[in-house]
Ligand binder design. Structure first.
Ligand SMILES: NC(=O)C1=CN([C@@H]2O[C@H](COP(=O)(O)OP(=O)(O)OC[C@H]3O[C@@H](n4cnc5c(N)ncnc54)[C@H](OP(=O)(O)O)[C@@H]3O)[C@@H](O)[C@H]2O)C=CC1
Ligand SMILES: N[C@@H](CC=O)C(=O)O
Ligand code: NA
Length: 407
């Protein structure tokens, strides 16, 4: 039976750790049940690498978790680290100030060896990669081989060179990897596809809107009711709301959707006799995702701020596309497909009639993913909801962590 004890004001020592980690201004609360009470010292040890938009929300959701306590290490690439201990009162303001003022020199190999020592003491550890760094992604096989779990929203490791991907799959065992937020943020896309494939269903096609940024942009730029807002100002809004990649060019050139489609395609068939660097499972032709910014200069492609300075030059081009679609009674949507039957993986900007579900049913940063399988043949299994945003992405990361520790 679960009791909820709410303490307002003084913190009772007995639940100090849980209340400290759950302190919220004046009100602190703790949930105690026999099965789940986290005894002091039995914390889950997590290293949070990357404390930007998503990483900040991951830490705050870990702190606010009403059931589990976490021994927290958080670091940024400027090598600062915050080592939380149970006597450190951490809350959404204090921990970030402590991180920003910390002078503790640290590098990722220090973090790995620290976690490795904890594994040797039979402690459960998780390495959380909230970056978009290829270098950090390439650490996963060694972490997994050392028995350290890896949880991440970073798509790079699962959509890049097949050697790294296979290395991760082969290294997992005592250390597990979970990456729900790499496709559709916290939406259950990866877990749904794994359930379908691993229960023997046969996937025929997966289609839909896979980019929260592109969804937000075209839901607003090419809306059913009509809009005259400029393309670049809407992209600016997407970035301000934390939907875009660190560089929005990665959304608009199709790279982000290509990564997601590759991640899904690799889960469907077994990877057999792969050629070096072949990005897709055997038999697939290639990932063809249309870039909307073919003319972008190299400086814009490599730097998000430079990209946003360049983008207004494209406003007239996009306004003309919008008008042409509207003249045909259509709207623009960026839609992707993994067509297993025909071995085609692609995404493109296309026109949809104003009555189409892709025109009428999406809002915000919605993704809509339709799974057409043998069992869901007549009516597809559909998952829809916010596919971008720091908090909903962090939810996918933290729910993966909880999957590792739930009894
Ligand atoms: N935003 C969203 O809606 C979604 C994002 N994702 C993925 O989540 C990841 C993070 O996205 P987001 O939070 O928006 O990006 P941000 O740019 O806001 O944060 C990334 C952070 O990583 C830090 N970082 C980069 N390299 C390193 C390193 N080597 N060691 C430690 N820290 C490092 C950066 O800070 P500094 O360089 O100062 O250390 C930065 O703060 C990306 O892979 C993205 O694709 C996935 C789904 C949805
Ligand atoms: N930039 C991405 C973030 C989630 O993967 C998107 O817009 O979907
Ligand atoms: Na997801």
């Amino acid at each position: 039976m679960q009791t909820v004890r709410v303490n307002i004001g003084r913190t009772s020592n007995r639940y100090r750790d849980l209340i400290f980690s759950n302190r919220r201004s004046r009100l602190s609360y703790s949930f105690t049940t026999d099965a789940q009470k986290m005894e002091p010292g039995k914390y889950l040890h997590v290293a949070v690498v990357g404390v930007g938009g998503v990483g900040t929300q991951v830490v705050e959701q870990l702190i606010a978790n009403p059931i589990y306590g976490f021994q927290l290490v958080a670091l940024t690439s400027s090598k600062r680290m915050l080592q939380s201990t149970k006597d450190l009162c951490i809350n959404p303001v204090a921990w970030k100030d402590a991180l920003n003022t910390s002078e503790t020199p640290v590098n990722l190999s220090t973090v790995k060896s620290t976690l490795q020592e904890l594994v040797k003491q039979s402690k459960k550890t998780v390495f959380i990669d909230n970056t978009s760094s290829q270098d950090v992604a390439e650490m996963y096989p060694a972490l997994l081989s050392a028995g350290i779990n890896v949880v991440t929203p970073n798509k790079k490791a699962f959509s890049g060179e097949v050697g790294l991907y296979q290395g991760i799959v082969e290294a997992s065992g005592s250390g597990r990897y979970l990456h729900e937020s790499t496709v559709g943020a916290g939406l259950p896309i990866i877990s749904t596809l794994r359930d379908l494939v691993e229960t023997g269903d046969k996937v025929v096609k997966i289609e839909g809107v896979f980019s929260g940024t592109m969804s937000y942009i075209f839901n607003n730029f090419s809306s059913v009711e009509g809009s005259d807002e400029s393309f670049s100002s809407i992209v600016k809004g997407a970035r301000a709301q934390g939907y875009t990649e660190p560089n929005p060019a990665d959304d608009l050139n199709g790279a982000d959707v290509a990564r997601k489609l590759t991640i899904l395609a690799r889960i469907i068939p077994e990877l057999k006799d792969e050629q070096e660097n072949f990005p897709l499972p055997h038999g697939y032709q290639s990932v063809e995702t249309t870039s909307l910014i073919q003319d972008a200069p190299a400086s814009a492609i490599s730097n998000g701020d430079e990209f946003m300075k360049w983008l207004p030059e494209q406003d007239a081009h996009f306004a003309q596309m919008r008008q042409q679609a509207a003249n045909e009674g259509s709207v623009l949507r960026y839609v992707g497909v993994v067509d297993v039957k025909n071995k085609v993986v692609k995404a493109e900007l296309a026109k949809y009639p104003k009555t189409h579900p892709f025109a009428t049913s999406l809002g915000g940063s919605d993704n809509i993913i339709m799974f057409h399988t043998e069992r869901y043949g007549k009516r597809p299994l559909i998952v829809q909801g916010a596919g971008a945003g720091n908090d909903v992405t962090a939810m996918g990361v933290v729910s993966d962590i909880l999957k590792l520790i739930r009894p």
